[in-house]
Write a protein that binds this ligand. Structure first.
Ligand SMILES: NC(=O)c1ccc[n+]([C@@H]2O[C@H](COP(=O)([O-])OP(=O)(O)OC[C@H]3O[C@@H](n4cnc5c(N)ncnc54)[C@H](OP(=O)(O)O)[C@@H]3O)[C@@H](O)[C@H]2O)c1
Length: 287
């Protein structure tokens, strides 16, 4: 599948219910039928059980119509582990290639990030990977990798309260370099809406939408970002999809653009193992 054919919302899989998977499977099929076609997979979720269960989902859909993103686990000890990790996904899922492969956390690997990416590039040459992604790196790291290995996707946190990736220039760099920005925790697992910020309450009332729909509409239509959302509740899947096709006044988008959270802004991010909070933990710092 081509990058251009990806739906505006991606399917997240953190906390898929592996013990009662039948219900979640129905919900995943529902999202697929509604057009959602980007699936994010990570072997670290539930000790690989999410990926193993997902084989059932992939058996039910058209391989050419689903974009599979796989994440490498951290602690890469040696270069051969990159292909070994990918092969595990291919074998479990009974597929020939993944659409994109990315390093999930650059913090703890034994080999350098650049060497890892050179190894991923070889997997593209072998036909096992179509596109290359990257996640949770800062601007300096992103530039270093993208100057050497063409990056097509960046996955990072972005939501109403956590705008670090915009503040440090990653969002602009992605726009300028044809890298598709995908955000995780767009709804901060519903905690943003639970705070009932007056701006969200006002806009939800004005447009007759939910607060989460206001957030998603702004992320997709104003920021040009693809949110990765985990939902295995059919009503919420529909609500999330219904957030794409309405328009707000530009002045309202501006208010959302300008919104700042003093709390989240005060968190120091640990980019170089020098204290602070890792970027993927930022959205979980406060309820
Ligand atoms: N690269 C990284 O470091 C990284 C980090 C975190 C996450 N991720 C990926 O990004 C995906 C999305 O992030 P996330 O799952 O942490 O957060 P999220 O998508 O913001 O929130 C998911 C949670 O919110 C609920 N939800 C979904 N839509 C809702 C709605 N319209 N109203 C109210 N509640 C709603 C879901 O429950 P129901 O299922 O019951 O609807 C689920 O509990 C993950 O699943 C994972 O694949 C990547």
């Amino acid at each position: 599948m081509k990058k251009e054919d990806i739906f505006k919302i991606g399917i997240g899989t953190w906390k898929i219910d592996c013990e009662n998977f039948d219900n979640d499977l129905q919900a995943l099929i529902h999202s697929y039928k509604k057009g959602e076609n980007y699936l994010s997979l990570y072997m670290m979720y539930n000790d690989g059980e999410v990926v193993r269960q997902m084989r059932r989902f992939l058996d039910m859909v058209d391989r050419d119509k689903i974009f599979i993103n796989a994440n490498l686990e951290p602690y890469i000890e040696k270069i051969e582990d990159v292909e070994k990790q990918l092969d595990e996904y291919l074998e479990i899922l009974n597929i020939e290639y993944v659409d994109s492969l990315q390093v999930h956390d650059p913090f703890v690997s034994k080999i350098s990030l650049l060497d890892t990416y050179k190894a991923i590039e070889k997997l593209v040459e072998k036909g096992k990977v179509r596109y290359i992604g990257i996640s949770n790196v800062n601007l300096e790291q992103l530039k270093e990798i993208n100057d050497n290995v063409k990056i097509d996707f960046f996955e990072g946190v972005y939501n109403l309260e956590c705008k670090t990736n915009e503040d440090i220039g990653v969002l602009d760099y992605c726009r300028e370099n044809g890298i598709k920005f995908i955000c995780y925790q767009p709804l901060r697992r519903n905690r943003t809406a639970n705070r009932n910020y007056p701006l969200l309450v006002e806009l939800a009332e004005k447009y007759n939408k939910t607060q989460n729909q206001i957030i998603l509409n702004w992320i997709i239509n104003e920021k040009g970002i693809m949110p990765l959302i985990k939902s295995t509740n059919i009503e919420r899947i529909d609500k999330n999809i219904d957030s794409i096709d309405f328009k707000m006044e530009q002045s309202d988008y501006e208010k959302l653009n300008e919104f700042r959270s003093k709390e989240f802004d005060s968190v120091e991010i640990d980019w170089h193992d020098n204290g602070g909070v890792l970027i993927d933990a930022l959205p979980n710092q406060f309820d």
